[in-house]
Structure formats: C-alpha cells, structure tokens
Design a binder for this molecule. Structure first.
Ligand SMILES: Cc1cc2nc3c(=O)[nH]c(=O)nc-3n(C[C@H](O)[C@H](O)[C@H](O)COP(=O)(O)OP(=O)(O)OC[C@H]3O[C@@H](n4cnc5c(N)ncnc54)[C@H](O)[C@@H]3O)c2cc1C
Length: 368
C-alpha cells in the first residue's frame, strides 16, 4: 500500500507510527517541520477521565493507557510521567494571604489551591514536541519517509484517490490521510469535507533550573483589568514550567511558520505568571509562543473516511486533547485503513460525514 500522510504534527506522526507497526511505509509530507505548530507548543497534559460522559470517553481512556504503554516500551525519553493535578483561584488585585496550607509549594500566598483534580493514577504529562518527534523517528526507523513540502491538492480518478500534489508535483497514493491540524480546512477545496477552525492560545516556557515536583495546576485568575483567565501550569522533568492561557479568535495564517503571538498577549501572560509564583517571577523565559487548536463545528474530532472518495481519510479537530488522543487516533486510523474496521475505539461519533461539507468559496485565511 502507498500511503501519504499530510502533516507531521502529533496526529500525523502517530498515524505514521502505527502504520509502520503494521508493515506500511508511509510518506509524510510536512510544510514546515515536525511538531512546528500546536503539537510542539502545547501543554502535553494527559487525563484519563476528563472526557468521561462525552463521545470521546473511549478514545481518551484508551489513548491515556496507550501513552503509558508507549513510554514503557520505548528506550526514548519524551518526558512522560504521572502527575498530581490541582485546581484553584487567584487574583492580581487581592493580596489576601490564604491561611490554609497550599498543597503546592511553588505558588505565592495569594493563590488558593483548594482542589485536587487528579492523581498519579489518572493524570500524566509528556513533552509534546519530544513525543511527536519520537513517534516520527520510530516510524522512520521502520521505513516511513518524511518529505518537507506543501500539500497543494489531492488527486482522484473514478471515485478513488490517486495521489497527493506537493508543490505542484504528484506523489501517487492508494491512501491519503489529511492530518494538517487547523490547516486541514485547505482540504475542503480538494475533498468534500466539513470546516476545521483554529482557536489561538498563547504560552510561555520558563527555565526554573531546579527540578519542580510533578504537580499540574489549573487556575481561575482575575487580572487587574477585571478579565478572568484560565492559566494552566505544567512543570516538566527537564527543569522548565510550561504555562498557557489567553485564547483569541484572530484568524489562522495560511503558512504555519507565520503564527505569532497577538500584540500584548505575552506581556499579560508574563504578569499573570509573576503574580502566581515567585519561582516564575524570577525565572528566565525560554519560549514566548502562540499556536492554534484544530476544532470542528461540533467540537468533536473528525476521524475517519472522507465520504465519496475511496482511500481518502482525515484525522483532525482534536481541540484541547490532541496530545492525549494522538496514540488511539493513530492506532484506529491504521486499523481503519488496513482492516476497514477498528478494534479498540468506535469511530462512529467522529465520522466526518456527520457534518455538512464546507463550500470552498468560503475559505478565508489571515495574512501571510
Ligand atoms: C495552547 C495550547 C495548549 C494545549 N495543551 C494541550 C494539552 O495539555 N494536552 C493535549 O492533549 N492537547 C493540548 N492541546 C491541543 C493539541 O496541541 C492539538 O490538538 C494537537 O497538537 C493537534 O495536532 P495536529 O497534528 O492535529 O495539528 P498540528 O500540530 O497543527 O500539525 C499540523 C501540521 O500540518 C502542517 N501543515 C499545514 N499545512 C500544510 C500543508 N499545506 N502541507 C503540508 N503540511 C502542512 C503544519 O506545518 C503542522 O506541522 C493544546 C493546544 C494549544 C493551542
């Protein structure tokens, strides 16, 4: 089988990994670089039960377990570890010192960490760029080929895919998988696909030096101007802390390398971090960045066959859970492509055919 995967984010890399485990040697076409977008700039937080009661429950639970298996089976280290997860609140305005002892030692006294949201039984983390790169490296060691280039079209003949157009040249294929994150919306011009949107988020990575305990923190934080933010803090085993917050609906640029933070967003996030933790107020910042979560109209991923064209598939729209759900998505896609059915995860809730296809005339992008 000649399979071409479009996009080398965590979803494309995981599909490549599971296809190569089944003996297929896919070509992965990536415009900019492995994990250059959300897959390299996300938190990498994993929770086994936080999708319970939604159509993603089975996908998330199985994927959480697969993360543990993959980390256990590999000699590579991508920062996988179990974490204890807390929730709390704080404000830039109040200088109230909480009398009760915070369970977390690295936050300031004005932060009230009142709730434990998860334990080492059911919450964990990875370094997402390292995880994505490791999946891709493992696939490449089994014959997958990474090509840097821009996918510009999907070709079909007699109701079947025949190949992918990359910078105007054709790569022949029997199976084509669209995994371009929010840029999967481009594929609506080539195939009958629903819209995929991009929701922008900002993040910082602090170099704190000393190892920080494996404690993830989700806060409700009131900024001085009155706005309420929901910053998330993920200390990593490499002596850094990743923090994200401040979403915006600024448009997706057509080139992944053109994504930059909104004016003022990074400064706001730096102020929040300085108020939350003295360890962050004095730490060097090693990354100031923004990225886009891919989201379908109903908030559920699009994973499955593209209606009407044999051999065309899509896997995107994972929103805030793309790192968590990548292994189960990769495994399910490999099963769907090779066995025509999935074993562990029912993909019916994620069928791309459930949503109306986008009219290509409505495609819109931001500058660059
Ligand atoms: C701030 C933030 C924090 C997050 N935190 C978490 C978290 O803690 N846990 C979690 O599970 N998820 C988290 N997520 C969500 C997760 O990061 C995403 O769901 C996931 O990374 C999406 O992966 P992807 O492979 O679908 O897309 P992407 O990572 O966007 O990859 C798409 C790839 O396609 C390439 N591409 C684009 N156009 C073309 C083209 N024409 N030709 C070839 N290649 C192309 C791009 O260059 C890119 O490499 C977070 C997201 C954000 C924004």
């Amino acid at each position: 089988m000649r399979a071409v995967i479009c996009g080398a984010g965590v979803i494309g890399a995981s599909i490549a990994y599971f296809l190569t485990r089944r003996g297929v040697k896919p070509i992965i076409v990536e415009r900019t670089g492995i994990a250059c977008a959300a897959s390299g700039k996300s938190g990498g937080f994993l929770a086994r039960h936080w999708c319970d009661g939604t159509p993603s429950q089975q996908l998330a639970r199985h994927s959480f377990d697969l993360h543990a298996q993959l980390a256990g089976d590999s000699r590579e280290d991508w920062g996988y570890r179990r974490v204890t997860t807390y929730g709390g609140s704080g404000s830039a305005r109040t200088q109230t010192r909480h009398t009760s002892q915070n369970p977390i030692g690295w936050v300031s006294a004005q932060i009230d960490v009142g709730q434990q949201l998860g334990s080492t039984e059911d919450t964990a983390q990875v370094h997402p760029a390292l995880f994505t790169t490791a999946m891709m490296r493992a696939a490449q060691s089994q014959g997958a080929e990474l090509r840097i280039g821009t996918v510009t079209g999907v070709k079909q003949a007699a109701g079947r895919v025949s190949g992918v157009e990359v910078d105007g040249a054709l790569i022949e294929a029997d199976a084509v998988i669209i995994a371009m994150g929010p840029w999967s919306i481009l594929a609506a011009a080539w195939l009958r696909l629903p819209a995929v949107y991009g929701l922008k988020g900002h993040s910082l990575v602090f170099e704190t030096g000393a190892a920080i305990p494996p404690e993830a923190l989700f806060l409700e934080f009131h900024e001085a101007g009155g706005a309420v933010q929901s910053p998330e803090f993920f200390p990593r085993p490499d002596g850094t802390i990743y923090v994200c917050a401040i979403s915006s609906d600024n448009p997706l640029p057509i080139h992944p390398a053109a994504v930059t933070p909104d004016p003022g967003a990074i400064e706001r996030l730096e102020r929040i971090c300085a108020a939350v933790s003295p360890a962050l107020a004095s730490a060097d910042i090693v990354a100031r960045q923004a990225c886009f979560r891919p989201i379908a109209r109903d908030g559920l991923p699009l994973i499955g066959r593209v209606p009407g064209v044999t051999g065309a598939y899509i896997a995107t729209g994972h929103s805030v859970w793309g790192i968590l759900n990548a292994p189960a998505t990769g495994e399910a896609m490999a099963e769907l492509i090779l066995d025509r059915a999935t074993r562990r995860v029912d993909l019916a809730p994620f069928d791309p055919g459930r949503l109306k296809p986008l009219d290509p005339a409505r495609l819109r992008f931001g500058a660059a």
